[in-house]
Design a protein around this ligand. Sequence first.
Ligand code: SIN
Ligand code: MN
Length: 207
Amino acid sequence: MVKKSELTPTMTIRGVTLFQGLLNRPEQVQILEDLREVARAAPFFRPVTSRGQQMSVRMTSAGAVGWISDRKGYRYQDHHPDGQGWPRIPDSILAVWTRVAPDAREPDSCLVNFYDPDARMGMHQDRDEADLDQPVVSISLGDDALFRIGNLTRGGKTESVWLKSGDALVMGGPARLVFHGIDRIRAGSSQLLPDGGRINLTLRVAR
Ligand code: SIN
Ligand code: MN
């Protein structure tokens, strides 16, 4: 198969490819505008774990299915907790997937995580998807976040990198199941979001 032309990553850490500064300011602003529409149709909610613990991030989704967690556990489902279907993934976001993962199937899920300055995300794998040959693409907007990359099993040495507004990264191939998480947010490091904070978009082929 002829490979479509691929961008060169700015950095690769443990097989995770980073595209730092991929999105210019107008592209970031366009995505943000499109996300406002998404959030109007599918308002942010604060998920709880099956043990009833509140997660510190607020979430919503776009696409055919969205990732949710509640007292029944976590899963992909085709509707928001309020009952309505998820809005479609905006073209401005799909375009990023096409740039960094041109050979992959089209994503059917875009998780939108909002981090206030105190929010974090514990180390975890993305492994609820049916086809693990398809990559995960993540886009950062707003305040800087310290992203930690571990191993294919829990524990062991890790490496960290600050993700900035407009950065994208791909977890694919041998790094598809790498443990990762967000240790902290650098409050006030970006002016993109009017009230501060950080948005992470995680695009996946879930089904
Ligand atoms: C996640 O892995 O769920 C989020 C990663 C990030 O916020 O950059
Ligand atoms: Mn993840």
